[in-house]
Ligand binder design. Sequence first.
Ligand code: SF4
Length: 458
Amino acid sequence: MRVLLLNPPGERVYIRDYFCSKTSKSNYLFHPVDLLVLSGTLAEEHELSVLDCIAEGLSPRAAEARIDTVAPEAVVSLVGSVSWEEDRVFLARQARRGRRILAIGDVLHGDAALRLAEEPWLEAALDDFANEDVIKLLAGEHAGVQQATFRVPSGEIVTREEPRSAKSFRVPRPRHELFPSRGYRFSFSRKKTFATVLTDYGCPYPCSFCVISTLGFRVRAVEDVLEEIDALRAAGVRELFFMDQTFGVQEQRALELCAALEERGDLSWTAFSRPDRVGDELLSAMARAGCHTLIMGVESASDELLALYEKGYTVSLVVEAFARVRRHGLRTVGTFIIGLPEESEASLRATLELALKLELDFMSLNMAVPRFGTPFRARALDLGLTGSNDLVMDQAGTQATLSTSTLDRATMLRLKKRMVRRFYLRPSFLGRRLLAVGSWHEALAQVREGLALLRRNA
Ligand code: SF4
């Protein structure tokens, strides 16, 4: 079958993947990891093409023309709550051209049966991108489908939610070569060309605002990961972004992977982890293996909020962990969630003070959004902060989705913008960034990203 993996066009630079969607906070855009992983699975069985309209900057009209040249029988598309109104119009038009439409994305994680009932063009909603459901759905073999909502020939809508109990998974090598060679940009990358790689799926931690906590946790065989990385190296790629949400959950496995990367000796990379996962042995192995930047959740300067949202660590542990990461020579990125119902002007001030105290290389502020399927969404519904029909949200902060108990949405947005400017426009920070730049590519990327960030937070 001719199958197209599609990241549909959008009015803004949307990032729709891994059951989250947002507008790019500055100008960055990494490869959609769902489509990457699905590309390995689908290319084994079907004649596969990839069209990333966001990376290529295609308008809806140009995207339609490109799709017509491929003439796919089925389209497996990303969708996002951030762009749902655009996505549904675009994909409905594709369905009217006789194409089967399967989709995956945050807006379908949770009430997928309701979405299918509302959207007759949608044949199936995938709820896992690292299993064989997509193959079975395309073949009409519904018996073995594990995590999806789909229509059966009688028209009935069926949801399968098998327990997410597997501890590991294997997928055929993701076909990076099918994705555009230009158009992806990553703020932390040391080289222009980079690839996005996934070595595990989901996350074992219970943070109640995070959709990844609802996906279970399973790991990919290290040999499969290395096969993928060696294919990338053979194609000249030397810079990686590990999309694992917590690098080092299984420390021995992470050490094994780092040892193999160190042996290769020609890679540099960025990863996410958690402050309570990064001990000296792991950090030392990561640095030797080429890691230069580590992104970790700080979330809040309040121990009460960290406990309420089940982060499992305290502020003092965060302070120690970031100092340790810096001692190992890695750049630090702290991510924060702001605008939770308990947020106040004073707590935002404390958050900014903590970001400054941590001496972060980069600060990433995420606005609280009631992600589908999370305990936080249930709480936001209970508190009357959102409605079950409120499908559009953007954690990047182009808008504030929720008011808090003391701040209305407009005030929340204004204070968030002020925090960004206060963090990034310090002369000491700008000087430090300038001195740390290692190449022309990095200098240009940081200027471009910095200007885009400040424009969005003016
Ligand atoms: S550790 Fe990070 S990815 Fe994992 S559940 Fe918590 S916030 Fe989500």
